[in-house]
Write a protein of this length. Structure first.
Length: 124
């Protein structure tokens, strides 16, 4: 039985590697732990922008990425659609005042290489 469980776990990792990216929302910050990437954390209050980047690698590759911009408009954190804990983080991002829900819908229906800005901090 233990061998079957190991096989099943390895198969699930191959089928959905995006789930290995783990997000959490704590104390007003998004925290990310990802394979082969240093853990990162960004305060929602320090965000300067949010975008969704799409590419044409689906359905075999991670074709939707969330980009969170921080200081100096540099990407502070990026994670693929399908990450563990994604729903809570995306809900928080979509609740930011002035979030462009139509741009997010456009991104989710896109199958080509594009970037969709969905939120910009007021005054920037």
């Amino acid at each position: 039985m233990a061998l079957w469980n190991l096989f099943k776990k390895k198969r699930e990792e191959r089928l959905n590697p995006e789930s290995r990216w783990v997000l959490s929302l704590r104390d007003g910050a998004v925290e990310l732990t990802a394979p082969e990437v240093e853990s990162r954390r960004v305060q929602l209050s320090e965000l300067t922008g949010v975008a969704v980047e799409t590419n044409d690698t689906g359905p075999w590759g991670a074709d939707v990425w969330w980009l969170l911009f921080g200081k100096d408009d540099k990407v502070a954190l990026a994670f693929p659609q399908g990450s563990t804990g994604e729903k809570d983080v995306v809900d928080a991002l979509m609740a930011l005042p002035g979030c462009d829900h139509q741009a997010m819908i456009n991104a989710m229906t896109c199958t080509s290489n594009q970037v969709f800005p969905i939120w910009r901090a007021p005054g920037l």
